[in-house]
Design a protein around this ligand. Structure first.
Ligand code: BGC
Length: 427
């Protein structure tokens, strides 16, 4: 039951600006809330009030022995209007980043995580090629402002999820339902990532830093036919995989744009990730173009299948595209009662520890319960419980387990018996 991590492997936690900071910042999720689109009516302006409680959160992280932290910054807060920079916000983030450094917590900074300032959204966001420069200007501002404090960057979080949910299913802002637009977003975001990758390297080199590591966080899942004998399920599996993750992975990692993405003549074939960043959650049992779960499979509170081998299967696939060190930049589960999260963590980490792939990091999603997009406050993914009324944080049983796993560099029989053995999934 016990296992140890390999030398050089580290554990951390992840979060995203909009999901924790709170505030009316004039972004598309503030707007989506005002349009009444959040299922439980909870307001991202509340979230976990991290913008004010950041120091307390950093102290708690440090108390839990967490030394690696993936966090984001809010574009709309930094640039509230086109061409405007709020220097007090830059100063705020600098203070937070410096404090994390003083606590020995190493940062992986996400530049874009689903959220756009409304002024950018109103211009058509990433759908319009001519808007890309706004994003690249923001990337330049980020490096200029924080380049001395941060060497590791995620340019864009899950462009495929953003494109699919916001532009194909229409559940997230701006609520479009167009296959063509979703594909256009994927193409444009691939170009944005590659240009941002080059820009970050160039700017930090000019600043005298030669240790930059840049990637994008790639949401990958295992797609399998719900019924292997059904030809329609098999065809849809191939197509889903290609549309959702195959083509965009190739474009973002290597600059090769293939069907269904639009050809791009500006970008040269190359290698545009210094590490492979994987966000892994689940497997999809395919019956058509939507999500599905295998019959009798263990599931979380959102109905997503719990499938630990998938973390290694997806890593293997991406490693074939580009041979780079692997960071699991997100993995976690919605478990509102914290009744199976220890088991989930144990099984995913065991799969990682037993793999021969060069997996260097694992960031658990997420540190505190937070604003889970369209689900609002109703879906809890955190190692730390948040009482949204009082903003009180309480380390969960799983948080205690994770902290001990970090301290011990693996899972001992004793830890297994105490935290993992008593837990059960629902089926
Ligand atoms: C996203 C997170 C989200 C998590 C759980 C990932 O796709 O990057 O923002 O909270 O999944 O749904």
């Amino acid at each position: 039951m016990s296992f140890e991590f390999k030398h050089g492997f580290s554990l951390g936690v992840a979060s995203a600006a909009t999901q924790i900071e709170g505030g009316e910042c004039g972004h598309n999720w503030n707007d989506w809330y005002h349009q009444g689109k959040i299922k439980d009516q909870s307001n991202p302006a509340r979230a976990t009030d991290h913008y004010n409680l950041w120091q307390q959160d950093a102290d708690l992280m440090s108390e839990m022995k967490i030394q690696f932290y993936r966090l984001g910054i809010e574009w709309a807060r930094i640039c509230p209007n086109e061409g405007e920079v709020d220097e007090s916000v830059i100063a705020h983030y600098r203070e937070e980043l410096s404090y994390l450094e003083s606590k020995g917590i190493s940062v992986l900074l996400t530049i874009h995580h689903f959220t756009n300032p409304m002024w950018f959204e109103k211009k058509g966001g990433f759908l319009k090629k001519e808007n890309m420069q706004y994003f690249l200007d923001f990337v330049a501002l980020v490096v200029q402002s924080f380049g001395d404090l941060v060497s590791e960057y995620i340019t864009i979080n899950e462009p495929n999820v953003y494109a699919t949910i916001s532009y194909f299913f229409g559940d997230w802002p701006p609520g479009e339902k167009s296959f063509g637009k979703a594909i256009q977003i994927m193409s444009n975001m691939s170009v944005c990532h590659i240009k941002a990758y080059q820009l970050i390297h160039r700017m930090r080199e000019d600043m005298g830093y030669h240790n930059s590591r840049v990637s994008f966080a790639n949401h990958v899942r295992v797609f399998e036919p719900a019924d292997n004998k059904n030809p329609w399920h098999r065809i849809c599996t191939k197509l889903s995989e290609r549309f959702f993750q195959g083509a965009i992975t190739e474009a973002m990692c290597t600059g090769v744009f293939k069907w269904p993405l639009s050809k791009n003549h500006e970008i040269a074939q190359g290698e545009y990730c210094d590490f492979i960043a994987i966000n892994y959650y689940t497997r999809t049992a395919v019956t058509g173009f939507g999500d599905g779960t295998k019959q009798n499979a263990p599931t979380n509170d959102l109905g997503w299948e719990i499938y630990p081998e998938g973390i290694v299967r997806c890593s293997e696939k991406l490693y074939q595209v580009l041979k780079r060190p692997i960071y699991i930049t997100e993995n976690g589960t919605c478990d509102n009662e914290d009744s199976f999260r220890c088991k989930y963590i144990y099984e995913h980490l065991k799969a990682v520890a037993e793999s021969s792939l060069p997996i260097e990091r694992y960031y658990h999603w997420c540190f505190c319960d937070n604003f889970e997009w369209i689900e609002g406050e109703s879906a809890r993914f955190g190692l730390v419980h948040v009482n949204y009324e009082t903003q009180e944080r309480t380390i969960k049983n799983s948080g205690e387990f994770y902290s001990k796993v970090i301290a011990q560099g693996g899972v001992t029989d004793e830890l297994y018996n105490q935290y993992v053995k008593p837990q059960e999934y629902h089926y």
